[in-house]
Structure formats: structure tokens, C-alpha cells
Write a protein that binds this ligand. Structure first.
Ligand code: ADP
Length: 500
């Protein structure tokens, strides 16, 4: 029951006509999204079975980055089907066996439905990637954004035996409110949402020699309370001078090995800033760890934890490091890096909520590109794939004996609920829609699905609505795994509340 409730909440968010949810967290911050994984992340879920669905959505997100809503909805429908079988007195172990058989068959059938694509053709990639953006706030600019995502993916990917291998860590998505989605740009290099720390520092450095510091350029306060007894003003002066000279020695050391850009994960205090500026070194502080790591890869720098031990070979290089104004604020661009795979997509949009949702959607789009690099096969979307799989499972199920047949047929029914829900979001009568879909699939129209935008049954191939095969395969595997896990439980045993 708990798992079903979660799945029902997500149902209305499925597909391009799915509704968004407005989520309010404990601090009153508002997020508006239709992305299944994000909705689940923000919901405060207590029940362990419902939490399981959250886990599969997370796993789906980590594995293939798309299909998160679908997987939760499908798992809910499978549990609903299982419930009606349990009501008929069928033992869970028979249902589990039936589901496993149906899953194996479905995965086989999926391969039969899939169509290969030529990933060396950029337009083909853009078409499928754009489709993954259609159900989002960003739908109007989807072709433009898909283009950017594919370009970024192609820059960052390694070419291996005629295909590509993409490590998404190379691609940074940075956002800055202002202008429109169409101003979203691709930058070859890394963009940091930070300013140069001191006004007297250079704002542009060519042939940069970069030190990446994981240590503060400041005198740290000790973690425990310390008392220093001084007996004369001289001693205070000496103490402060010592602090200054330590910082100066750090800057001297950096200068001596030719550093002209310092990028620090931690703080740089006023005194150190002053010395750096005097030495003509550009510095940026409090940069996120993930950005420091990306910079290390892009520039060839080693992340240094002790300035005393820094060596010339620890430094990274870049053709250009420059602070530029983006909208009202400043950002630091590290460009012409020795490793050309580093790329940043700088998202622009009129409001915070738009840039936030665009960032999430672009992550999905990048995952879809990576999925296609992994396996260059697609299946028709809009519920056409599910309709066809369901039809084939049903045919297979009819040949099975007894109770197992019932479980397999119920499985097929659950899979068929995806087009039913898409039809509902499109304002279609679900019974009519399914009847027509069944008729057309029986007649061999594999790609007949729900055109949710115009509210008709149509051929998805003609409309270019496709999803990557591995997303759909993962959806089936994860949904079955989750429902089997719930079916195996026959009792919940909770530890007694500790008495205070
Ligand atoms: P998920 O988080 O599971 O990816 P989405 O909300 O993105 O969920 O919805 C994906 C579903 O919407 C897929 O089944 C996909 O085929 C379908 N879909 C996407 N674009 C269209 C379209 N233009 N017409 C019909 N269905 C579409």
C-alpha cells in the first residue's frame, strides 16, 4: 500500500504533459519540478517499503540517468497487479516466479523491438536527446539545449573502436540567472561561479601556471581554546609580524616557482590577498571540491595540500584564465586547457527555478547521450514500446501452464499501464486509447503510441519520439526487482521504541 501511494503521486508527472510538483522543504524553500528522482528526493518518506521505491529511482538515476518516473510508476503497477493475484489466493512465490519469467522474456523482446542508430551522426543523437527534455519546464528550448548537450558529450567523449566512451565527470553544468535559455552556452574549459578575490589582482592571465590548493592561505584558528600570555606590546607586535611573514613566505614560494593563478578550495585571508596582488598573482577562493578535481584533470595540476612542499611539476596550465561579467555577476573562465575534454555548459534563464530545472534536465540529457554511446539502440516512446512488449508477453504467457500464466498476464497488464497513464495526461479516454493501441499493435504497427501533445494515437517513428533501449531495459529490471523485494516480505518486525 505504501509503495503504491508513492507510485500514484508520480503518475501524474509522467511524460511531456505530466504535471509538475511544488515541493516545500523544512526551511520553506520551494522547488518546482516534474523530475521523478527530484520529487522523491525531497519527499519525506517514512515507510520502509515506500523508501524502497525511492532507492530504485535513485539507482535508475545513477545507472542510466533517465526513466526515473517510469520505473517508480511501473513498480507501483506491478505491485497492484500482484495484490489482485494475492487476493485470488495465489502464493507470492508463484507470482515471483511468473514475474521473473516475464521479465526475462520482456528483455529479450526489447532487443527485438530496438532500432540501431548511427551515433556518428550528430543529428541522430540530438533527436533522441531532445526527446528526453520534452517533459520538462525547458521543453520550448529543447532542440537548442539538446544540441548543446550533444556537443558537450562529443567533446568530452573518448573515441574507442569506432564508438565513444563518455565519462560525465568531464562535463560541468554551471548556472547563472539572467537572459534566456537560448543564451545557454558551451565553453571549452571550466567556468567557476567565483570572482577574483582582490581588486588589484590581474583579471586576465594568459599562459597561466595554476596552483590548485587544498589548504587555506590564512593563519588558521586552532580548534581548541588557546591562551597566549604576553607581557609587553613588543611581543604582540612580534606575534602579528610572525603571522604576516608566514603568509608572505607562502606567497614568495608560489611566486618563486612561477605561479600566476591560485585556485583554492579553502579561504585566502586579507593579508595573503594583499601579498598575492602585489606579486601579480590572480587568486580565487572557496572553490567547490568537485570543481577543483575537474580543474586538476583539465589543467594537469596536482591538488596541493602543503604550500611548503609545492613543486613546479605540481602546477597546471591553461592558455587563458579570465574573470568575465555574466549578467550582474562575475565568473572565472579557465580556457584553452591542455586536456581539451573539459567542457562547461553555462545555463542561462530568466529565473532561478528555470535555471535549476534546466540544470537537472541537462544532466538527464547528458546521461541519455552517454546511454546511446554505450548502446546505440533506441525504442519508440510515448508508450509504444510498453504496448508492444506487453503484447508479446501476453502471447508468451498464454502458452504457460496454470497459475504462472496468471502472473505473467498480470505483468503484461502492469506494463500496459504506462501508455494508459500517458493517455490520461493527454486528456484521452484511456479505454478507447488502449483499444486502439491494441488494434494497431496487433496489426504490426510496433511504434503506435500516445502522441500526448496533440492527444491522438500516432506513429512515434514519424514524430521522432524515441527513448534509449538501455533506459527501458533498466526500467524493467529495477521495477521487477523492487516489486519482488516487496512481495518477499510477509511481516514487518519493528524494534520496540526505546523507553526514555
Ligand atoms: P522519466 O523520468 O521516466 O523519463 P518522463 O516524465 O520524462 O519520465 O516521461 C517519459 C515518458 O514520456 C517516456 O515514456 C517517453 O516515451 C514519453 N514521451 C516523451 N516525449 C513524448 C512525446 N512527445 N509524446 C509522447 N510521449 C512522450
Amino acid at each position: 500500500m505504501a509503495a503504491k501511494v508513492v507510485s500514484e503521486i508520480l503518475q501524474t508527472s509522467l511524460g511531456p504533459r505530466g504535471m509538475d510538483k511544488l515541493l516545500i522543504d523544512a526551511f520553506g524553500d520551494v522547488t518546482i519540478t516534474g523530475d521523478g528522482a527530484t520529487i522523491l528526493k525531497e519527499m519525506e518518506i517514512q515507510h520502509p517499503a515506500a523508501k524502497l521505491l525511492v532507492e530504485i529511482a535513485k539507482a535508475q538515476d545513477a545507472e542510466v540517468g533517465d526513466g526515473t518516473t517510469t520505473v517508480v510508476v511501473l513498480a507501483g503497477k506491478m505491485l497492484e497487479s500482484a495484490e489482485s493475484l494475492l487476493d485470488e489466493g495465489i502464493h507470492p512465490s508463484i507470482i515471483i516466479d511468473g514475474y521473473k519469467k516475464a521479465m526475462d522474456y520482456a528483455l529479450e523482446a526489447a532487443k527485438g523491438v530496438a532500432i540501431p542508430i548511427d551515433i556518428t551522426k550528430k543529428e541522430e543523437l540530438v533527436k533522441v536527446v531532445a526527446n528526453s527534455l520534452s517533459s520538462k519546464v525547458v521543453a520550448e528550448a529543447r532542440d537548442y539545449l539538446a544540441q548543446k548537450a550533444v556537443e558537450a558529450a562529443l567533446i568530452a567523449a573518448d573515441k574507442v573502436n569506432g564508438g565513444y566512451n563518455l565519462d560525465l565527470d568531464w562535463i560541468k553544468v554551471e548556472k547563472k540567472k539572467g537572459k534566456s535559455l537560448y543564451e545557454t552556452q558551451l565553453i571549452q574549459g571550466i567556468v567557476l561561479d567565483k570572482e577574483v578575490v582582490h581588486p588589484d589582482m590581474p583579471k586576465m592571465v594568459t599562459n597561466a601556471k595554476i596552483a590548485l590548493l587544498d589548504t587555506p592561505l590564512e593563519i588558521e584558528k586552532p580548534e581548541w581554546t588557546t591562551k597566549i600570555s604576553v607581557s609587553s606590546p613588543q611581543q604582540i607586535k612580534g606575534y602579528l609580524e610572525e603571522e604576516t611573514s608566514i603568509l608572505k613566505s607562502y606567497v614568495d614560494k608560489l611566486k618563486s616557482i612561477g605561479v600566476n593563478v591560485v585556485i583554492a578550495q579553502k579561504g585566502i585571508d586579507d593579508t595573503a590577498q594583499h601579498f598575492l596582488a602585489k606579486a601579480g598573482i590572480m587568486a580565487v577562493r572557496r572553490v567547490k571540491r568537485s570543481d577543483i578535481e575537474k580543474l586538476a584533470k583539465a589543467t594537469g595540476a596536482k591538488i596541493v595540500t602543503s604550500i611548503k612542499d609545492i613543486k613546479p611539476e605540481d602546477l597546471g596550465t591553461a592558455g587563458l584564465v579570465e574573470e568575465r561579467k555574466v549578467g550582474e555577476e562575475k565568473m572565472v573562465f579557465v580556457e584553452q586547457c591542455p586536456n581539451p575534454k573539459a567542457v562547461t555548459i553555462l545555463v542561462r534563464g530568466a529565473a532561478d527555478r528555470i535555471v535549476d530545472e534546466t540544470e537537472r534536465s541537462l544532466q538527464d540529457a547528458l546521461h541519455v547521450a552517454r546511454d546511446l554511446f554505450r548502446e546505440a539502440k533506441i525504442v519508440p516512446g510515448g508508450g509504444a514500446f510498453e504496448m508492444e512488449i506487453s503484447r508479446r508477453i501476453r502471447e508468451y504467457g498464454r502458452k504457460l501452464p496454470g497459475k504462472e500464466q496468471l502472473a505473467v498476464l498480470k505483468f503484461a497488464e502492469a506494463v500496459e499501464q504506462i501508455p494508459v497513464i500517458l493517455a490520461l495526461t493527454a486528456g484521452l479516454d484511456p479505454v478507447d486509447a488502449i483499444a486502439e493501441l491494441r488494434k494497431r499493435h496487433d496489426a504490426g504497427e510496433i511504434d503506435a503510441g500516445v502522441d500526448v501533445l496533440s492527444g491522438k494515437i500516432a506513429r512515434m517513428g514519424q514524430m521522432n519520439v524515441y527513448d534509449p533501449l538501455i533506459v527501458k531495459e533498466q526500467v524493467i529490471k529495477s521495477a521487477v526487482e523492487a516489486s519482488i523485494m516487496v512481495l518477499r516480505i510477509d511481516d514487518i518486525i519493528a524494534a520496540s521504541q526505546s523507553k526514555v
